[in-house]
Design a binder for this molecule. Structure first.
Ligand SMILES: [Zn+2]
Length: 199
């Protein structure tokens, strides 16, 4: 995982969002290859092995997806480098293509399919509950099987920075803090509303 991603991670324990403390054992450039993430609230320790932070309880995604990298790029409308794009579930399989269509944007893959390795292009996280802080990501992509699990879906939506877009598969969510921009072919696009304009 990218060392700077630590700032956007939360403990998956059952308590308020809190920062994690990284103790890197082995680095490869800006990438943590081996280390631990410790929670100052509950003391939980998450291991980073082979660059993958495994919070426990995560299952590799096995579903198919219609969200290809070009489709995601067109729907998210991210322009310019910087920030993080979180991809939940099966669309993370397209990591090489995603890296190409989003140059300079750091990819965070949460529970991607088996065999997707952590790399300089993308941080891989495995977890039974979203380990991303609220309002931390420039864009969020939600694969179908994640979208069908409301707890996961809401946590994924919460990770988007206000004003930025979320692309998901499945039923479009109905929430006060979300403006649905488009739905077609089982895919929805929404914008996370800034707090000032929330109804
Ligand atoms: Zn904790």
């Amino acid at each position: 995982m990218f060392i700077e991603l630590t700032d956007h991670l939360r403990c998956t324990g059952d308590h308020d969002e809190m920062f994690l403390v990284l103790l890197p054992d082995q680095m490869a450039g800006r990438r943590v290859d081996r280390g631990t993430l410790g929670c100052p609230v509950c003391g939980r320790v998450t291991a980073v092995e082979g660059g993958v932070a495994d919070f426990g309880g995560g299952r590799p995604s096995e579903a198919s997806t219609s969200l290809t990298a070009p489709a995601i790029a067109a729907l998210l409308g991210l322009s310019g480098p910087g920030g993080y794009l979180a991809v939940f579930g099966s669309p993370g399989a397209a990591v090489a293509d995603l890296a190409q269509v989003f140059p300079g944007v750091r990819l965070v893959l949460v529970n991607p399919p088996e065999g997707i390795a952590d790399s300089d292009q993308a941080s891989v996280l495995r977890a039974g509950r979203s380990p991303l802080k609220a309002r931390s990501m420039r864009g969020v992509v939600i694969g179908g099987e994640v979208g069908a699990d409301l707890g996961w879906r809401d946590a994924a939506i919460a990770a988007a920075l206000p004003g930025n877009r979320i692309v998901g598969e499945g039923e479009p969510p109905s929430r006060d803090d979300l403006e649905i921009l488009a739905t077609a072919g089982g895919v929805w696009v929404a914008r996370a509303m800034p707090p000032a304009v929330r109804r």
